[in-house]
Write a protein of this length. Structure first.
Length: 340
């Protein structure tokens, strides 16, 4: 993160799993100041007492409120936008809340960043934004569109806005692995929605590296995707149980509101115009204007015969593979040490 050295950084949703990890990484640099904008004063106080670093400043506010975002972005050089409503079922019951935070709130962050001369803004997305079937995914897809539209409509803007898209972050707050650990600790059955459901697996560090990659190399409107392996929910549950030395009972409870059998990180259409950067795909924004006739007359680019990049056709991990992966994660070891 050398590019942020000496600068002022804002992390929206900075008390969450991603935000707190990013803040700690930034503190290892010569960053001048880190601002955290969030609405949870308790988490802010806990983080303040844990970090005890004068470079970290806390802004109480909500991305839904433009004024609070505007105040937080004044004098800021770089922004990581992680604030969001992320729980699929809760967004299904309250979809307008997802719109207010994930769409309108993201627009506030983009507009305030531009108004205050921010150099770079990276917006955090999710694989659920691809072919979305739930309100959370739809709202995050609209966040991506909002960021891309800003880049398309403001080609001379100082602020470089980009987005990233990743899958499930293992051991993050509210994810399934802490739930499995809690259930096994309490002697309860492991509740599976659909044993054959697949999900991408990514560590928190890998998610942070993706955001750093976007931060370092993004052009306006770029979307970045990190390649990742996947496993079935059943294999993930069995791996957690084996590592805890427990013979689990499995209880299938059925698919929850708005869930899919598998998730997609990049569509076929995106891959045809993407750049393979090793561990990542960079998908540039479609910068065409509304004068479509010239493209029809000149001919379209022929798309290659590629498939979507999804959790059913990526590298598949079995139970043993997942065990090895989890064993390598300090966050999982910490979870076992403090399961509650």
């Amino acid at each position: 993160m050398t590019a942020t050295d000496g600068g002022v950084v804002l992390v929206t949703g900075g008390t969450g799993s991603f935000g707190s990890t990013m803040v700690r990484r930034l503190l290892a640099t010569d960053v001048q100041e880190i601002r955290i904008l969030s609405r949870d004063e308790l988490k802010q106080d806990e983080m303040r007492r844990t970090l005890r670093d004068s470079r970290v400043r806390f802004y109480l506010g909500d991305v839904r409120d433009y004024d609070s975002v505007d105040r937080a972005t004044r004098g800021v050089d770089f922004v990581f936008h992680a604030a969001a409503l992320k729980q699929v079922p809760s967004c299904e019951f309250f979809p307008l809340e997802a719109v207010r935070t994930n769409v309108l709130g993201s627009s506030n962050v983009i507009e305030a960043s531009n108004a205050n001369g921010v150099e770079k803004l990276v917006c955090l997305g999710t694989d659920k934004a691809v072919y979305p079937v739930n309100a959370m995914g739809m709202s995050k897809a609209m966040m991506e569109k909002t960021a891309q539209a800003f880049a398309r409509n403001n080609p001379t803007a100082k602020t470089v806005v980009s987005t990233v898209r990743y899958g499930n972050v293992m051991c993050s707050r509210g994810s399934v692995i802490p739930l499995f650990v809690e259930q096994l600790t309490q002697g309860l059955p492991l509740t599976l929605t659909d044993p054959k459901m697949t999900r991408f697996l990514m560590s928190l560090d890998e998610a942070v590296h993706l955001v750093e990659h976007a931060f370092e190399g993004a052009r306006p409107g770029d979307l970045f995707v990190r390649k990742a392996p996947a496993s079935t929910v059943e294999d993930l549950a069995l791996a957690v149980a084996k590592l805890m030395g427990v013979e689990p009972q499995i209880k299938v409870i059925g698919t929850r509101h708005g869930e899919k059998l598998y998730e997609t990180l990049a569509t076929r259409e995106e891959l045809t115009r993407s750049y393979d950067q090793g561990d990542y795909f960079r998908v540039p924004v479609d910068a065409r204007d509304l004068n479509y006739n010239q493209y029809f007359e000149e001919g379209e680019i022929v798309e290659n015969a590629v498939d979507d990049y999804h959790s059913h056709n990526t590298e598949r991990l079995d139970v043993q593979d997942v065990e090895q992966l989890l064993s390598s994660l300090p966050s999982f070891q910490a979870l076992l040490a403090h399961p509650s």
